[in-house]
Design a protein around this ligand. Structure first.
Ligand code: BGP
Length: 484
């Protein structure tokens, strides 16, 4: 049974849906440099994601929107009213969006904010409020100003904390009557998987032996920034709530061999250290031991420990797409992946066309486990199935596979709630089709709403309701009771 005030809705991010990358004073962000590498297998996430200094130079010199897919997005910047109307028709109670830092401070360092950017989000939030849809805002969703990546070593330099807080203060003040739910860093744990889009770090700019230390230092700066942003939020909007956000990459051992169980335990521990710091307000001892073992030295500011302790997150949010399996012996075994978390094939699970292992019960397990660990309200702010959809001759889109996916995942949430877990809401990822984060494809679709665009951005851009649209509408109307 879902609670009466459960926040049903969907999730988006500015860099994947807004388009309008160079409109109304917006600066370049790290995601404006991402491109679909057609020469590389879409399942090879590492190669799709890797970026060199030369790639960045090329991107900066180019106006191309076809290969840099996030630049065209789905033109949400100009069509958001039409899209919000459709979300309202489905009965959304909440929509997750992000504010592109580069619309407010194009290079991250300007003295004054860009009024056109501020106005855009004000209009957007007002439009949501018109339909009683609660906005949830991510402050940092793979959208760091490229200028900071190039001139400040991304999040490695501590000055970036103040620049980020200036951005936070500006938007908290401007939207204090409009936005109650905030998140600081999207999938903060992706720092090691794709450091450039996450924290503006380009691997070839540093000595390889220092690289791990640089990442740990940058993410430490994220933690401090997140705690200080939480402090600021509570001062400016006392009733507002700040969440931390991780990718829950639930890891199973291949079998009951204690060696595999240990491997899975270490993997889960590593995934959860990010929320440990942000919820418990201190580093777990295993991370400090790891630093000592590897000779990693992290610069703590004088008050950092106190800051982390005093301003923890109010709730824990996470994305959940798949589980993975680890083994001490991978030789000759099928390896499957998804967003840079590969593992051996789980024989009990089906895999999506992009190799992600579909595991609804894993969502229930994650909820129970996170609640046991933190005793804080949980919010599922991403979940969904990336698939190729087909338009039938009569214009319909019969996405039964997606309905099936959601039916099982929503049942899994319901099970966790029945076991006592406090869940605030459920926001399926890409509730309207948009450009994929990892591969920049348009053809990897997650939405209840189909957007008529091709991978190169060509197409009418028209929006169509998929079969899952009517289904999700019924789910919301019945508060999760009717999943048929
Ligand atoms: C998460 C990101 C999102 C998103 C989603 C699906 O990691 O927070 O931005 O896009 O994954 O991934 P993809 O678009 O690569 O299929």
């Amino acid at each position: 049974m879902f609670p009466q005030n459960f926040l049903w809705g969907g999730a988006t991010a500015a860099n994947q849906c807004e388009g309008a990358w160079n409109v109304d004073g917006k600066g370049l962000s790290v995601s404006d440099c991402s491109r679909w590498k057609k020469e590389v297998d879409v399942k090879d996430y590492k190669a799709q994601h890797s970026i060199t200094s030369k790639d960045i130079e090329d991107a900066m010199a180019s106006d191309d929107e076809k290969i840099y897919g996030k630049r065209h997005g789905i033109d949400f910047y100009h069509r958001y009213k039409e899209d919000i109307k459709l979300f309202a028709e489905m009965g959304f109670k909440c929509l997750r969006v992000s504010i592109a830092w580069t619309r407010i401070f194009p290079n991250g360092i300007e003295e004054n904010p860009n009024e056109k950017g501020l106005q855009f989000y004000e209009d957007l939030f007002n439009e949501l409020r018109k339909y009683n849809i609660e906005p949830m805002v991510t402050l940092h969703h793979y959208e760091m100003p490229l200028y900071l990546a190039n001139n400040f070593d991304g999040w490695y330099r501590r000055e970036v904390i103040d620049l980020f807080l200036k951005f936070c203060k500006t938007v908290f003040n401007r939207y204090k009557n409009l936005v109650k739910y905030w998140l600081t860093f999207n999938e903060i744990d992706s720092v090691f998987r794709h450091p450039f889009t996450t924290i503006g770090i380009v691997e070839d700019r540093y000595p390889p032996e220092k690289f791990e230390e640089i990442i740990y230092q940058s993410v430490h700066n994220n933690f401090v920034a997140s705690a200080l942003a939480t402090k600021l939020l509570h001062e400016i909007i006392p009733e507002a709530k700040m969440g931390c956000m991780i990718t829950r990459t639930l890891t199973y051992p291949e079998n009951c061999n204690p060696e595999n169980i240990y491997l899975a335990l270490k993997d889960n521990q590593k995934n959860l250290y990010y929320s440990d710091v942000q919820v418990r307000g201190e580093y777990p001892t295993h991370i400090k031991k790891e630093w000592a073992r590897k000779g990693i030295k992290i610069d703590f500011g004088e008050n950092d420990e106190e800051i982390l302790k005093k301003y923890p997150a109010d709730f824990v949010s996470f994305s959940y797409y798949q589980s993975r399996v680890v083994s001490i012996d991978t030789a000759g075994k099928e390896i499957v992946g998804g967003n840079l978390t590969t593992g051996v094939k789980n024989p009990y699970l089906k895999t999506s066309d992009w190799g992600w292992q579909i595991d609804p019960l894993g969502l229930c397990i994650s909820l129970i486990d996170l609640y046991d660990r933190y005793q804080k309200p949980l919010f599922i702010v991403e979940n969904g199935l990336g698939a190729v959809d087909k338009i039938e001759a009569d214009g319909s889109i019969i996405d039964d596979y997606r309905i099936d996916y959601f039916r099982q995942h929503i049942a899994a949430i319901s099970k966790a709630i029945d076991e006592g877990v406090e869940v605030m809401g459920y926001l399926p990822w890409g509730c309207i089709d948009m450009v994929s984060m990892s591969t920049c494809q348009m053809s990897k679709r997650y939405g209840f709403i189909y957007v008529d665009l091709n991978d190169d951005g060509s197409g009418s851009g028209n929006r169509y309701r998929k079969k899952s649209f009517e289904w999700y509408k019924k789910v919301i109307a019945s508060n999760g009771d009717d999943l048929n």
